[in-house]
Design a binder for this molecule. Structure first.
Ligand SMILES: O=C(O)CCC(=O)C(=O)O
Length: 262
C-alpha cells in the first residue's frame, strides 16, 4: 500500500453543514489522527568511548584500515610531571593568526614547530626549526624505539585552559604523504580527543549520522594514528564547559619535501 501522510480529518457529525459553510458555527470538532511515517527513523549513533590500552581498527574501507593504538602511561606520571613543567617553560610557544575571507582570528591555543622542513596547514606556514630541545629528542627516540617508525618533525600544542581547542580536521596535508603515521603524546590536564568518521558520498557532507569516538588523553598517554585514519576520519579537541588546567600535546610526524610526499 502506498504510504499515507499524517492527516487531520474533520469529524463533524454527519448531516451537519461544514463549518466553513456556516457563518454562525463557531465550534468545530477536529481530531488529529497520527499515522506513523512509513520511512524508517534514523538514529544518531551514540559516541563510543576508547579508554583502555590497545590497538583498535576503526574502519575498513577501500582506502584501507584506519587504526589507532592507545598506550596510557607511556611516560610514567612522576617523569611526566617534570617533563610537563620543563616543556611549558622552554618551548618557544607562539599564537598564530589565520586569515579567512579577509577576517583574521587567533588560534585558540599556542603552538611551536620542530623539523628541518616547513609545515603548512590551514594556509599557514610554520618555518623550519632544526633546534630540537634535548627533552623533545629524548621523547622522539623513546617513541621511535617503541613504534619502529622514525619521525623528523613535531607540532607542539599548548591548551592553556578549557577555552583552548582545535577544531575538526584531518592531518592530511600533502607534505605528510599517504597514510601518515602520527604519534601524539599528551602531558598535563586530561582533555577529550574526539573522532568522527567522514560521511559517505551519499550523505553529501552531512556529519549528523556518522560514527563518533571519544578518547580521554591523560598525562603521559601516547596515541598512535595509522593507516587510512587521516583519509577516513577527522579529529578535534573541543573546548570544555568546566575549568581545565594546561595541557601540552606533542604530535610527532614524518614530513616529506612537497614533491616527494604527494
Ligand atoms: O591535542 C591533541 O590531542 C590533538 C592535536 C591535533 O589534532 C593536531 O596537532 O593536529
Amino acid at each position: 500500500m502506498a504510504p499515507t501522510a499524517p492527516v487531520a480529518r474533520n469529524v463533524a457529525p454527519a448531516g451537519t453543514r461544514q463549518a466553513w459553510m456556516r457563518k454562525d458555527q463557531i465550534h468545530t470538532q477536529k481530531q488529529f489522527v497520527f499515522e506513523k511515517p512509513s520511512e524508517v527513523e534514523r538514529k544518531v549513533p551514540d559516541a563510543g568511548v576508547i579508554d583502555k590500552p590497545g590497538v583498535y581498527e576503526l574502519s575498513t574501507l577501500p582506502t584501507g584500515i584506519s587504526k589507532i593504538h592507545l598506550i596510557p602511561g607511556f611516560i610514567d606520571s612522576e617523569q611526566a610531571d617534570w617533563i610537563f613543567e620543563q616543556l611549558l617553560q622552554d618551548i618557544p610557544w607562539g599564537q598564530r593568526t589565520h586569515i579567512r575571507q579577509e577576517i583574521s582570528f587567533e588560534e585558540p591555543r599556542l603552538t611551536s614547530w620542530y623539523g628541518e622542513l616547513p609545515y603548512t596547514y590551514s594556509r599557514l606556514t610554520m618555518q623550519p626549526n632544526p633546534n630540537w630541545h634535548p627533552l623533545l629528542t629524548m621523547l622522539k627516540e623513546r617513541i621511535e624505539e617503541f613504534t619502529g617508525y622514525t619521525f623528523n618533525s613535531l607540532l607542539c600544542n599548548l591548551y592553556r585552559n578549557e577555552k583552548d581547542s582545535v577544531d575538526w580536521h584531518s592531518d592530511d596535508e600533502p607534505s605528510l604523504g599517504k597514510n601518515p603515521v602520527i604519534a601524539s603524546l599528551s602531558f598535563g590536564a586530561t582533555r577529550t580527543f574526539e573522532m568522527r568518521k567522514k560521511p559517505s558520498p551519499e550523505e553529501n557532507g552531512d556529519y549528523t549520522y556518522v560514527e563518533r569516538l571519544r578518547i580521554p588523553l591523560d598525562h603521559g598517554t601516547l596515541l598512535m594514528m595509522e593507516g587510512a585514519t587521516q583519509e577516513d576520519w577527522q579529529h578535534r579537541v573541543p573546548k570544555e564547559y568546566h575549568s581545565r588546567d594546561a595541557r601540552i600535546n606533542l604530535t610527532f610526524r614524518i614530513i616529506y619535501p612537497e614533491s616527494e610526499g604527494t
